[in-house]
Design a protein around this ligand. Sequence first.
Ligand code: ARG
Ligand code: ZN
Length: 875
Amino acid sequence: MRTEDASAAPAPVRLADYRPPAWLIESVRLTFDLRPRGTRVTARLALRRNPDGDGGPLRLDGRNLRLVAASVDGAPVSPETDAEGLTLSGTASGAALPDAFVWEAVTEIDPEDNKALEGLYLSRGMFCTQCEAQGFRKITFFPDRPDVMAMYEVRIEADAGSCPALLSNGDLIESGALPKGRHYAVWRDPHPKPCYLFALVAGDLRETRADFTTVEGRQVRLGVWVRPGDEGRTAYAMDSLIRSMRWDERAYGRAYDLDVFNIVAVDDFNMGAMENKGLNIFNAKYVLASPETATDADYARIESIVAHEYFHNWTGNRITCRDWFQLCLKEGLTVFRDQQFTADERSAPVKRIEDVVTLRARQFREDGGPLAHPVRPEEYIEINNFYTATIYEKGAEVIGMLHTLFGPEGYRKALDLYFERHDGQACAIEDFRRCFEDATGRDLTQFARWWSQAGTPEVGVEESWQEDGGRYALIFRQSTPPTPGQPDKAPLVIPVALGLLGANGDDLLPEGTRIVELTEAETAVTFEGLPARPVPSLLRGFSAPVRLIRETSDAERAFLMAHDSDAFNRWEAGRAYAVDVALRMAGGADADPAFLDALDALASDESLDPAFRALALETPGEDELARETFARGTPADPQALHAARDALRRAAAGRMGDALERLHREMTVPGPYSPDAAAAGRRALRNRALGLLVARGAPDDLARAAGQFERADNMSDAFPALAALVHADAPQAAAALAAFHDRWRDDPVVMDKWFAVQATAPADDALGRVRALTEHPLFDWLNPNRFRSLVGAFAAGNPSAFHAADGAGYAFLADWLIRLDAKNPQTTARMAGAFETWGIYDAGRQRLIRDQLERIAAAPGLSRDTGEMVSRMLG
Ligand code: ARG
Ligand code: ZN
């Protein structure tokens, strides 16, 4: 028997239709006889009817499985199979199913042919799995839903020569040799888990080992497993893991709960990483780092993803999701936790600025377009399409607002209650919310709209000032624009952190920063007895994920850039000012000298953290400028914005040349490379200066970048220099690219940078160059990292070329999406989001994009992943 992918128009799954499972599983025993083709999986499930279930027949999910044999309590049965699984209504003799029985099934799969990278697949000869969200059903027949939790014992048999390492969840309890050069290992996980947390790895892997003793006294063996040759690049992942484990003990009172914790790096992976119980599987680019191969930004990402996956052990694994609509329960919370960790380990204001930049670039973009959805969606066609910036990043903002509203103590009390009350359970957002209500005594009915209402709220602000009595009032008006399926929006609870600044820049409020809560469509806040009209500093620390709309002046922005005691708002004032100046330049104005003066003052202020100054010197991106243009009522012109942004950078470099040269000379870091935050901050500022100098483009400037590239002994210095040369189309670019290629051709993680830096270069013939790179022997389009580094980087990081007026960029992306969809729907569907902003462009581009979306929609055999994305974008 063989089941095939469904091709009929799929029906949405609805939150409102949730029903408890009809059957529960006591224990799972899996045996894998691993082979590239014809892997045999024997699954033995001890099933029990759920007294709270609907009493129906046994329904098991299964996709692309060959069912070899099945039995109930040892007696063979032949269940009815279909494209999505099988149904068993009775025993072989026709009797009704007993209330408890043992199901056993033997199925066959072909890991080698699995290019969707979901279920069991081969990555460079290594067997590995990815089961979240619904990949387990591609391994064996199973109730593939997170509220069915069971204990697992897993036996793996494989060729001993090609697969010396055999790993699964939990603890290793047995291993040994088998005939014909094979061997086996048995793993047991004592913690009940949903099947999406199952994992298996078998391959030629080398382990870096460390010991960790938990605060509870448990000895844990930590392992980071990589391909032979990569052992020298595991130290930072291990160090990050150890710091994460300590931090979770300190900050949340959460200790690790097994004797083993393993991390494995694989080359072919759709996402960043996966928190499988005791066996985290990572995209190799988020594990491997050495000074020569990884930039400071790579190190920081490794640290935060290692932490994120580790933190899932409590927020995700010990307490998991009842159903996939609750995804933000584990993802939003875990992102918030990894953000706190990075803030503690590095710099809190710098981390907050970086997170807000990402939030706006990805989540505000999503929330403002056809793919907008609530943090807890109410329906989906393909759940893999909902691993979004809204679920993750906005989900984290919602947790952050609870932290702001209740303070660190109230927050900790609620989280303690959550862990105590729900350990071992599969929960919904309501369970989490109730912990906050019970711990703090506050009703969160209105606050809960943050989970159900999509769209980025807009908060308008007006002021009034009365000399007499020093009365100052702020009037806030909130509204949320309509989003697909949600025409009308209700007011939210919006915590606004604010300060008032006096003429000399001092905070006028005794507490410095005050939190006011907006709960109505209109809220007025008044202050009395002020000596003079203050300058307000609003939404300090970006206390809520909203768009603040307020008439302000250049002078006030410059004042806040110079004086705000809140580092985030100091940066924010400069950012908003930069956006304004760039948009005025796109409309024909010259670079505003007052802005350049203010920027220069900030960049040269030695009392400020270099990492902060580097962020202040970042020019707003073209996509941000495009969406801001549209928000102000005009369609975005990508080429005009590109030119304006360039002109702004040239003007800044012209005005600040001396300061930039000094920064580039002085912000060096003595001694051997270290990825610590202080050193990384100095390099970030130095490289920001270099980038602007290269934008100025004098021969000396280009030579400075070429010299840095040649002399660099680490990637953090080498790569920004290469990028500056390539993006400026400097005469030295070709030689630098060739040198980089020759040195790193055998290193996939590094070569992704080589592809990406060219894919994002805004040359006149950018698309031609990208097309040529698709013919490069190292362009392996079935490897998601490589595909993203070229096709994805072009679509997301080269706006002036991607949005070329003739539509060639759009057609190029659509061609590749159609081709990849047949192999890897997940990565295709995700990248289709490059088209989500179609509505902000002129009618011509809108039509060109819609043409391509329609062409994709009509592609024969289109996956349900990509089908759903395209139809939502077409509206
Ligand atoms: N839970 C993983 C994380 O830590 C993401 C895995 C999602 N994978 C997928 N194929 N949808 O964020
Ligand atoms: Zn996660």
